[in-house]
Design a protein around this ligand. Structure first.
Ligand code: SAM
Length: 235
C-alpha cells in the first residue's frame, strides 16, 4: 500500500483556496508555494495548523507569515527567474525557500541568532543550497552580496531604509510593510529608477512584527505581533 503524505492535499487546497482563490496568478509563485513543505518550518506542536490561513508563532516572539502574504509579497517582486534576491527577516526560513524556487540566489538576514541558526540548518537539510542565511541588522541590508534585483522585508519599519534602496539595482523592486500610524501599516513596492525618481506604490494594508535596527525601530518603540489582513488577530 502506498503511503500518503497528509500535508500534500492540504498544500494543494491552500494554494487553490488561499492563493489563486484570492486572485494571485503568477505561475512561478503558485508553483513555488506548491513545492515548499510549510509543515517543516512551523514548530512541531503546530504542524496541524501549517496550512491554516494565518501566521503562526515560531518562538522568540516572532512569526511565520500567513501563506497568502508570502505569495503576495513574492508576486509583487515581479521575479522572472535567475535573480539575486535579498530577504530581511529570515524567521523560520519558509519565505526564503519559496523565493529559492524562482531566484538564482537568496541572501536572507535575521537579527535573532537562534532563529538564523535554526533556519540555516533546516534549509541546508532540505537542500536549499542557494539560500544564504546571515545573522545581523537587516535594516542596513547586506552590502556583501549587493546589488540586488529584488529586496523583500518581512518586518514593518517606519520608512524604507535608505541602505536598502542603495543596494537595489536600477529597475529593481523592494517590497516592504511601512508604518502609517500606531496601528496601521501598508505594504509598499518601490521600483528604483536610474536617477532619484523612484516609483512607490501601495499594495494592501497589512500587520507585521517590527523591523528592529539602525534604520528601523528601536527595540522599545514597537511591540506588536503579526496577524492576517484577511482574518482576526491570531497572536
Ligand atoms: N520571512 C519569515 C518566514 O518566512 O518565517 C517571517 C519573518 S517574521 C514575520 C519577521 C522577522 O524579521 C523576525 O524573525 C524578526 O526577528 C526579523 N527582524 C526584525 N528586525 C530585523 C532586522 N533589523 N534585521 C533582520 N531581521 C529582523
Amino acid at each position: 500500500m502506498k503511503s500518503v503524505n497528509p500535508f500534500m492535499e492540504r498544500r494543494h487546497r491552500m494554494v487553490r483556496e488561499q492563493i489563486s482563490g484570492r486572485g494571485l496568478r503568477d505561475p512561478k509563485v503558485l508553483d513555488a508555494m506548491q513545492r515548499v513543505a510549510r509543515e517543516a518550518f512551523v514548530p512541531e506542536h503546530l504542524r496541524d495548523f501549517a496550512y491554516a490561513d494565518q501566521p503562526l508563532p515560531i518562538g522568540e516572539g516572532q512569526t511565520i507569515s500567513q501563506p497568502y502574504i508570502v505569495a503576495a509579497m513574492t508576486e509583487a517582486l515581479g521575479l522572472k527567474g535567475g535573480e539575486n534576491v535579498l530577504e530581511i527577516g529570515t524567521g523560520s526560513g519558509y519565505a526564503a525557500a519559496v523565493l529559492a524556487h524562482i531566484a538564482r540566489e537568496v541572501h536572507s538576514v535575521e537579527r535573532i541568532a537562534e532563529l538564523a541558526n535554526r533556519a540555516r540548518k533546516l534549509l541546508q537539510l532540505l537542500g536549499y543550497h542557494t539560500v544564504h542565511v546571515v545573522e545581523g541588522d537587516g535594516s542596513l541590508g547586506w552590502p556583501e552580496a549587493a546589488p540586488y534585483d529584488a529586496i523583500v522585508v518581512t518586518a514593518e519599519g517606519p520608512r524604507i531604509p535608505p541602505s536598502l534602496r542603495a543596494q537595489l539595482k536600477p529597475g529593481g523592486r523592494l517590497v516592504m510593510p511601512v508604518s502609517e500610524g500606531p496601528f496601521e501599516q501598508v505594504l509598499l513596492r518601490l521600483t528604483r529608477s536610474a536617477d532619484d525618481g523612484d516609483h512607490v506604490e501601495k499594495i494592501c494594508p497589512v500587520r507585521f512584527v517590527p523591523l528592529i535596527g539602525a534604520e528601523g525601530w528601536s527595540p522599545t518603540e514597537r511591540s506588536h505581533a503579526e496577524f492576517s489582513p484577511a482574518g482576526q488577530p491570531s497572536l
